[in-house]
Design a protein around this ligand. Structure first.
Ligand code: PGA
Length: 231
């Protein structure tokens, strides 16, 4: 399984160095991808985990203050990058068109995009979540070659589940995974949203899942180890 760790905006330099020390003790058959805060990428120095990023610029190098571009990420040996995380869609007003530009930048630089899609509680209640997921996927892959599309990892993250402790039922998750699979039958799909060492026994019954995207749990290495033992 693939387990991607989203540190979000956490860990000072010293805290991150200590955290890396702890992460380096993980022994597992699963593929672990660590997505640290961008300044901490430069400190990454362990080899039992792959390196990811949490964001990439829509653009090439140039006059884009505050942005980190795909070429720079590649030069720091970043192999994966989250795209379209709901916190960036909400707080930074990233659109699906932006995710399409970011994915192109990443693929051009040999970095695997991890495209996050998911609906709000309101969209679920109003039953337009299927259309939301389809739009997020179809806009993100627009004008890409078939071979490029296959390289993208999808992370299904219901927004109401992120950091809340609320996890949808397996049937609810499976329904959305099947919507994704109808559009992208060959892509790996992760589930994200309050996944932890307590609910993993239920989540792992979903055979359509290829792995998990972990936020809160990524910060607690002992609990993460328990989680990895259970999958
Ligand atoms: P969570 O976050 O595991 O804390 O819910 C997941 C994510 O936002 O990627």
């Amino acid at each position: 399984m693939i387990v991607a760790l989203n540190n979000k905006s956490n860990f000072t330099k010293e805290e991150f160095i200590k955290y890396l020390d702890e992460l380096s003790t993980i022994e597992t058959k699963h593929k672990i991808i660590l997505c640290p805060t961008s300044v901490n990428i430069a400190l990454f120095d362990i080899d039992n985990v792959s390196l990811g990023a949490q964001n990439v610029s829509n653009n090439l190098a140039g006059a884009h203050t505050g942005e980190v571009n795909a070429d720079q990420l590649e030069s720091f040996k970043v192999k994966y990058c989250l795209v379209g995380h709901s916190e960036r869609r909400e707080e930074q007003h990233i659109t699906s068109k932006d995710t399409n530009k970011k994915i192109k930048q990443l693929l051009d630089n040999h970095i695997t995009p991890i495209l996050c899609v998911g609906e709000t509680k309101e969209q679920r209640v109003h039953k337009n979540y299927r259309a939301v997921i389809r739009e997020e996927l179809l806009t993100a892959i627009k004008d890409l070659e078939e071979e490029e599309i296959k390289r993208i990892i999808i992370a299904y993250e219901p927004i109401y589940s992120i950091g809340t402790g609320i996890v949808p039922t397996n049937d609810e998750i499976i329904e959305v995974l099947n919507i994704i699979k109808k559009i992208l039958p060959d892509n790996k799909i992760l589930y994200g949203g309050s996944a932890n060492e307590d609910n993993i026994d239920t989540l792992k019954e979903i055979k359509e899942i290829d792995g998990f995207l972990l936020g809160g749990l990524s910060l607690e290495v002992e609990k993460l180890k328990l989680f990895l033992e259970k999958i």
